[in-house]
Each structure stands twice: as structure tokens, then as C-alpha cells.
Design a binder for this molecule. Structure first.
Ligand SMILES: [Zn+2]
Length: 227
């Protein structure tokens, strides 16, 4: 009886041997048996078919000291199979911090923040443009109106329906623009610069969407706004 059996995996044991198929029986956090364990029972069985089972990788040189406090799970590393990280190779480390190096560390951190600031100001690398589509369909509030709207919709040859459509267009347009304004205000509040696209920019955007070969040059929002 094992706590966990990892079965059907390709084992790369880290000794330099070629890989082999086997199951791994684990109890109390330790590997107890490697082999064909189909006949053994376990509280949990993990099917590793098509996967490699190996000891965790060691990252011999990384600078994870500060980020590990922000995300102690370190999912990004674990997903890569890294289970051990060695820090401080550059003679400077946040943890453990050598008292006589703390001032230097502060200076370097300040310099690094300045570097990132100036870098993002000079280069567009941190800017990402994305497009927000504001949906709008006219609200049907009053029963009488809705009835006429429905009858107009059902009978397209009706002249009154056509006239009503034209009348409603301006009203719908106004409401759509109001809604767009709300979205822009919301985005601005969270620090995202939002610019409504005009006809020309929309044409360009759709052209690029349907002609992927021409998308080398992304739409430059600052060109649109002239800023
Ligand atoms: Zn380093």
C-alpha cells in the first residue's frame, strides 16, 4: 500500500541512464519502489502516460529572492520542473542579505527602477494596444413602441417602419456614443489610455484583420491622436 503511485510515465532518473517506463510508489513523501506496480494499491494513482517523470531541475543561477515573497508558490518555476534555485551567484542577494552589501543593494534597486522607467519611456516595448468593442442594441422600453418596432421588423415593406428606422438611428447613435464614453472613462480610471477609432482607423483595422500578411506595422494609436 502506497500513498501515491505515479504510473505509466517515462522515467528519466537523472543518473545519465536512458529513460525507461516504470511506475513509482511513494509513501511518507519518499520513493519506496520503482517498477511495475499495477498490482499494488495506493491512496492516489497519477497516470503519467505520455509524460516524463524526473527529479526536479536545479536552476544554478537565478535572482528569485524578492519575487518569492510575492508568489511563494513559484508556479512559473514549478511548471518548468524547477524545484531548487540557487541565488546570490552575482555576489549580491536580497536574501540572505549581507549587512555590508545592503547600501549597495539599495543603490542598485533604485538604479534598476530608474532604468526600467527610462526604458519604458524611450522604447515602446511595454505598450500594448488592444481594441474594445462596445456592443449596442436599442432598448425596447415601452409596450406600444415595442409593438410597432416588432411589426415594423416583421413587415419590412411598411413605409412607417423605414421612417422610424431613420429617426431612431440618430437616437441610437447618441446612446452608443454615451455608452462608449462610459467605457472610456472606466478605462481611464484604471490608467489605460482609450481612443475611439474613427472611420479611417476602423477601415485600416479591419483591412489588417483580414490581411494578416500586412500586419507587420501595428496601428499606432499616437499617430491617430497626433500625440
Ligand atoms: Zn546573477
Amino acid at each position: 500500500m502506497f500513498d501515491v503511485i505515479i504510473e505509466n510515465g517515462r522515467i528519466v532518473d537523472g543518473t545519465g541512464n536512458t529513460w525507461f517506463y516504470a511506475d513509482i510508489g511513494i509513501s511518507n513523501g519518499k520513493i519506496e519502489k520503482i517498477g511495475q506496480l499495477a498490482g499494488f494499491s495506493a491512496s492516489e494513482r497519477i497516470n503519467a502516460k505520455g509524460l516524463v517523470v524526473s527529479p526536479g531541475f536545479i536552476d544554478m543561477h537565478c535572482h528569485v529572492e524578492a519575487p518569492i515573497f510575492l508568489n511563494p508558490r513559484e508556479d512559473g518555476r514549478i511548471c518548468q520542473g524547477i524545484t531548487t534555485e540557487i541565488v546570490g551567484n552575482c555576489g549580491l542577494s536580497v536574501a540572505p542579505a549581507v549587512p555590508e552589501k545592503i547600501d549597495l543593494l539599495k543603490i542598485q534597486t533604485r538604479e534598476y527602477i530608474e532604468f526600467i522607467k527610462s526604458f519604458t519611456e524611450q522604447v515602446n516595448i511595454m505598450t500594448k494596444s488592444f481594441f474594445v468593442v462596445v456592443p449596442y442594441s436599442p432598448a425596447i422600453l415601452q409596450t406600444n413602441k415595442s409593438l410597432s418596432a416588432v411589426s415594423g421588423f416583421l413587415n419590412k415593406s411598411e413605409k412607417s417602419a423605414k421612417t422610424k428606422k431613420t429617426e431612431n438611428f440618430e437616437e441610437d447613435r447618441t446612446q452608443l456614443l454615451e455608452r462608449t464614453d462610459v467605457v472610456i472613462q472606466g478605462l481611464t480610471r484604471i490608467g489605460v489610455r482609450a481612443v475611439p477609432l474613427g472611420t479611417e482607423e476602423l477601415v485600416e483595422l479591419y483591412y489588417k484583420l483580414f490581411n494578416p500578411g500586412d500586419t507587420d506595422k501595428p496601428i499606432n494609436i499616437s499617430e491617430i491622436t497626433g500625440s
